[in-house]
Design a protein around this ligand. Structure first.
Ligand code: TXA
Ligand code: MG
Length: 346
């Protein structure tokens, strides 16, 4: 199959019309969102949804998010809309917040992986909204990477993973946030299953206490079941080994310099993903800057793209941990997973 790439910024109307036509025919279309690129299919067509799993190599027990263009569309997808969901949608939609609640009968099993709940979100990206409106159906979409790889934040990343596997990629330029949406379960006590740019602090300011799923910063215990099936799989991982050093920035940098020299002596190519504040500590070594450690959204934004870039030139990627609060929680969740929880504290 030939994969066509259409510049959605310049040709928004034509691109989204072509995309919607493919979605209606049961085909797959990759499209930009404000978080990461999604791999979309008609969310109410079981056969179309199954194609997503095939193209990604995704385990069948990992459910998908349905993307809607209007808040009201959740009414068709959930058993009912709880008051708390209304408040959250009014505050954070459209935007990077996914809400999970009891599903309605029209949602195919392939979307929910057999669970009795379904995840829904309304993206704010203009191309995504146009595509969903024109397709006239909720669009089921996971991140548009091959399963296990870092999520794509540019159309070029999608092409890297999906060339020849899907008919169309809509190129909307780099994604604003660079990490996937916050996933919040509203079944029982509100619980964050995956942190994102809508932070726990932001949610609590609107709805009061919000719990965090235990597996956000640690691997799932052997006998634990994942609240979110996605948490049990290896994720966001480049081929290179990733190691996270947490601690006071200067001490962490000193440890990273030592590790760099050790790996170097073993003949392994190293690269450091530093922050603006610590970059100067790595003079003479192969290092790049992720962003500002006091503004973790900037770290989130470049993390996946940087992992892909460094993967091409390093055997080992050395990174610094930051405080796991606000958007730092989303950053540390992705970073630790990409490292297979390989971390050291100084
Ligand atoms: O920002 C995003 O959310 C992106 C863009 C494309 O919208 N999508 C995305 O989808 O990240 P995906 O499939 O890569 O991640 C969805 C996560 C997985 O961890 C999955 O297990 C979880 O949400 N999930 C989906 N439905 C669920 C459900 N009913 N119950 C629990 N977890 C669910
Ligand atoms: Mg994903």
């Amino acid at each position: 199959m030939k994969t066509e790439v259409i510049a959605a910024s310049a040709q928004a109307e034509a691109g989204t019309s072509r995309g919607a036509e493919l979605i209606r025919k049961g085909e797959l279309v990759a499209f930009p969102t404000e978080t990461v690129y999604g791999l979309g299919a008609n969310g109410l067509n079981e056969a179309a949804v199954l194609r997503i799993f095939e193209a990604k190599g995704r385990p069948a027990d990992n459910p998908l998010i349905l993307h809607v263009a209007r808040k009201n569309d959740v009414r068709k997808l959930w058993s009912h809309v709880p008051a708390i969901a209304g408040t959250l949608m009014d505050t954070f939609w459209p935007g990077p917040l996914t809400l999970i609640f009891t599903r309605a009968a029209c949602v195919p099993d392939a979307v929910t992986a057999g669970l009795d709940t379904v995840a829904v979100r309304m993206p704010s990206d203009r191309t995504a909204q146009m595509l969903i409106r024109k397709a006239e159906t909720p669009i089921a979409a996971p991140s548009a990477n091959r399963s296990g790889r870092p999520s794509p934040t540019t159309a070029a990343h999608v092409l890297e993973d999906m060339d020849g596997r899907i008919p169309l990629i809509l190129d909307g330029g780099p994604c604003t946030y660079g990490v996937e949406s916050t996933v919040l379960s509203l079944c029982g006590k509100p619980t964050i299953l995956r942190p994102g740019a809508v932070t726990r602090e932001m949610l609590e300011a609107v709805i009061g206490p919000v719990a965090l799923a235990p597996s956000i910063l640690q691997p799932l215990g052997r006998h634990e079941t994942a609240a979110s099936p996605g948490m049990k799989y290896k994720h966001y991982a480049p081929q290179a080994e990733v190691l996270v050093v947490t601690g006071e920035p200067k001490a962490a940098a000193a440890r990273i310099r030592t590790l760099y020299r050790q790996y170097d002596q073993e003949g392994k190519r190293c690269c450091i993903a530093a922050t603006k504040q610590t970059f100067g500590f790595y003079r003479g070594l192969d290092a790049v800057t992720l962003g500002d450690r006091n503004d973790p959204l900037t770290l989130c934004q470049s993390l996946f793209a940087t992992l892909r870039t460094l993967d091409a030139r390093a055997d080992v990627i050395l990174t610094e941990g930051v405080a796991a609060d606000d958007a730092g929680l989303a950053f540390m969740n992705r970073l630790l997973r990409s490292a297979g929880f390989h971390q050291e504290s100084v």
